[in-house]
Design a protein around this ligand. Sequence first.
Ligand SMILES: Cc1cc2nc3c(=O)[nH]c(=O)nc-3n(C[C@H](O)[C@H](O)[C@H](O)COP(=O)(O)OP(=O)(O)OC[C@H]3O[C@@H](n4cnc5c(N)ncnc54)[C@H](O)[C@@H]3O)c2cc1C
Length: 446
Amino acid sequence: MEKTLHIVGGGMAGSEAAWQAAEAGVPVILHEMRPHVGTFAHHTGNYAEMVCSNSFRSDDDEQNAVGLLHWEMRAAGGLIMEMADRHALPAGGALAVDRDAFSASVTEKLRAHPLISFEDREISQLPTDGTWIFATGPLTSDALAQAILAETGTEALAFFDAIAPIVHFDTIDLSKAWFQSRYDKGDTEEQRKAYLNCPMDRDQYEAFIDAILAADKTEFREGETAGYFDGCLPIEVMAERGRETLRHGPMKPVGLTNPHNPEQKAYAVVQLRRDNALGTLFNIVGFQTKMKYGAQTEVFRMIPGLENASFARLGGIHRNTFLNSPTLLDDQMRLKSRPNLRFAGQITGVEGYVESAAMGLVAGRLAAAEIKGQTLPPPPRVTAMGALLAHISGDAEAKTFQPMNVNFGLFPPIEAKGGRRGRKDRYKAYTDRAKTEWQSWIAAQE
Ligand SMILES: Cc1cc2nc3c(=O)[nH]c(=O)nc-3n(C[C@H](O)[C@H](O)[C@H](O)COP(=O)(O)OP(=O)(O)OC[C@H]3O[C@@H](n4cnc5c(N)ncnc54)[C@H](O)[C@@H]3O)c2cc1C
């Protein structure tokens, strides 16, 4: 067997897979089409570019499944987590990063690894020999997507991912907006003030909803709405579902006190989160949209504090390509019909930077073991990695398969006392159990 591992795609998954395999002593060739062939969402030639939000979400490894995934990746020497930690920004209980510094340092680390070499070109066919991981993501190039379709005979679905607008900080009116994380969450003053809040009274909220509903939207193409992912609905779709939906979603006014007007409770609050280390850019949390650009600036300037906002980037909604993994992949992430080909990352039907990097980590380790003539079992089902992998490689209902974020619902259940306290205990039991099993899985490879 050829001793080199080929990886296609230097995104979250491909970068982590390359790192893991090379660290296991296996030579890697990383094939990446950027910067020669671009995508509409990537702007650089760097590896692990974050195309939208700069958040890796919750960093709570005791009560949150994403936080647990962070923990598992750190325990496995994950490159993506190491660089995310190095370039972390204050964001309450979340892990937000300085996106440019983050991807530049992932690129630097990969380029410096003696076992990784690089081919900057598009791969448009499925190779017949060699060991390969395809980690080409939601924006897999058209030619390759066609080649995959021809092989699998199963239709990869197209649906939407969403971009939230980014505002220049110095155009936000701080006599109206204020810094505070919900419930003052965070260990440091910086963390407790990680968000900028823009309050609305009832009249302002009602007028805002009217404006969203009336705004010009980019039309969906025929068939485009099939497979909509509920986790990233555009705000106008939320508003269409009910006038109160946004107030109970991204605009909920809880856990916040307006220092400019402490006596009056806001009816709704728009939150912005820091988007770069300099603190010059802030994104509007949860405000992905398919409103036309002109309409967006008009509508978003109705938000108190953003009347004079200038936007570094407006929102958008875009394509996502993913496989029907439960029917196509085995528990080693191999294509059942062509076991020399693995898939990893978002194309396998996980959703998000963290989940994609996690699936890259596992794929890299599984492929490296195979090349070294070893048999590595998939991670235990009770770990966050194992739960995600089990979901995509068979647990999920194939007919209705949709991209999935990691969550405790994917874990084998644990009995615990009922009620609120019971849920806390149960989550802690899930994370304790996962950590023990993950450490054993890692230790067995050393
Ligand atoms: C518009 C948009 C917004 C998103 N917003 C968020 C967000 O806010 N938060 C979040 O967690 N996730 C978001 N996602 C999902 C995000 O893309 C994934 O979570 C993550 O980047 C997927 O990692 P990946 O490694 O699977 O794919 P990617 O990171 O996209 O990496 C795939 C790589 O493969 C390369 N490639 C593609 N085809 C070929 C080919 N034929 N040959 C060679 N190279 C190829 C691409 O250039 C790219 O570098 C968004 C996705 C899109 C499209």
